[in-house]
Design a protein around this ligand. Sequence first.
Ligand code: TXA
Ligand code: MG
Length: 347
Amino acid sequence: MKGRFPLTKMRTEIRKIDAESLALAKEIILQGGVVGMPTETVYGLGGNAFDDSAVQRIFAVKGRPADNPLIAHVHTDYDLSKLIDYDPPYAKKLREAFLPGPLTLVYPSTGKVSKYVSCGLNTLAIRVPSHEGAQAFLREVGLPIVAPSANLSKHVSPTSAKHVLDDFDGLIPLILDGGECVGGIESTVCDVTGKEPVILRPGLVTQAMIADVVGSCGVYSPKFAAGEKVKSPGVLYKHYSPRCATALFASDEIAAASEYAKKALAEGKRVGWLSSESAKSGLPSGAVLFNLGMTEDEMAASLYAHLRSAEEVCDLLVAIEPQKQDGKMAGVLNRLRKACASVDIPH
Ligand code: TXA
Ligand code: MG
């Protein structure tokens, strides 16, 4: 590993975004180091996309599987032709409609970034975040910055600088503090290498919103034939999980969820109840309420913070799926289901 930022314990600073912290962030990036950075969706762990050792450091520090590719983040005026080989006309329409913002587009790659970024795929995922602090940082460094969500692999994604510190204290030198993320779930990832756009990971830019702009939009299902290379490897992994047991119930199973929670309370367990405003009626006395709110935007913005709070104070989190399941809720449900994929979470 090059530079003065080896993978050994170091002091981690949280700094508000200003001229001084941006200059420090740039220095770290140019030396192959990794910086925690805000975006409008979740915080990222950023490094220079052209630097093999910086990219490898990101995988190492997160404990990320080596076959899960990274997204390159660029500022609004960055010349994409350096990075992408082919730009279908419908991709331009998507950029005009949604960028900067929470939509990542997967293009055929020129192969100029580090070979570790896309893990052997001939494509590159590119995102132009709308967060002012992210833009200031990307402009300061003038480089594409690869940034996975700034959580340890499999843990809940971070929506505040404090969440990043909780996972990486002593492992990275700097976290740029841009406040709480307003979006709350990761960007929509959309493949633009084919005839029509195909959503690989749902998010706040929905299938209907994309189809409205370009006429049609597919959704990729991660089921794949034996031997076929999966298009977006990250979608297969268990993800976003709090470090407590979880039990997920459908929106029409409130009574059963309540019984389940009561039984655990009777066994002396500390129980949390995660639900939308409308399903909090089932909350048994003695359980801690984590209220996702009423609107889809509220639910997206609060989900990860609730999962991180719950793991601090609960042995078991009983979660109720929100009733609405389409549109932006497809992304929220995708994260909630992965977070609660099993009741016995070993990590
Ligand atoms: O909102 C976000 O996208 C956040 C913030 C920090 O920008 N980043 C994020 O990165 O969620 P990460 O690494 O946690 O998730 C990246 C997703 C994974 O599902 C990965 O498989 C997919 O993007 N991806 C990256 N490059 C890809 C490629 N070339 N082809 C298909 N999928 C790709
Ligand atoms: Mg992630």
